[in-house]
Design a protein around this ligand. Sequence first.
Ligand code: SF4
Ligand code: SF4
Ligand code: SF4
Length: 244
Amino acid sequence: MAGKSFFIDTTKCTACRGCQIACKQWNQNPGTKTTQRGTYQNPADLSASTFKLVRYSEEIDKGGEPKWYFFPDQCRHCLYPPCKMVADQKVQGAVILDSKTRAVIFNPAVKVSPEDFKEIRAICPFDIPRYNEKLGSMAKCTMCFDRVSEGMLPACVKACPTGAMNFGDRDVIRKMAENRLDEVKNEHRKASLIYPEAIRVIFLVKDDPEKYHQFAARQNETGGKRMMAQKQPLHPVTSRLKIS
Ligand code: SF4
Ligand code: SF4
Ligand code: SF4
């Protein structure tokens, strides 16, 4: 059950978007047409061709200065993924677990109806699943399991110039996250790790998670409850998945 994990230290994130671009490149996802919406964040949301999105949020502090919150969003690769629990009842093989990394993978070769997709998206505590209407399949971050299986880092981690993105064996990453939290707490008393026990993409935030993004730590919805309540691990399939 060990597998891999990410540690995303938002206190080190400069919103350079290197991770977002690297993700597009590795996955050969096309660019997204964007418009000026009065924010530096672009595109507006995750999509079937944007698996990684650096979210920007801004507030004005007491001194009248803008305060930024950067959140490099992606699938959390839940230990007990609610998306798989629902998908397994609808269409077998649409969501699979990689045995080596424990990545949660949406298989693009398996068709999912728009109705079933809606239920699968609704159960995700972090609003991650997206639908490729052209292919009739689901899409999201793959944990770069193809790169990781060959001993490489995920493309987003490799591209990050500041040390905000980290990846490795789960026990090592959890320790790294706990140690960094201890450091950051000295300066930011609200600092916390988001669900380190339940998900494989562990975010460190220095303020209330909802200031970063409404789904940064969605706690009280059905998906969150279900993720926490799940007791039995799901069975992985091969780490040499062929998805096309
Ligand atoms: Fe599934 Fe959502 Fe968890 Fe990703 S974050 S594994 S899409 S439930
Ligand atoms: Fe994209 Fe790979 Fe990073 Fe996932 S792990 S966000 S697929 S680059
Ligand atoms: Fe932040 Fe690193 Fe991504 Fe740049 S590459 S936006 S510093 S996480």
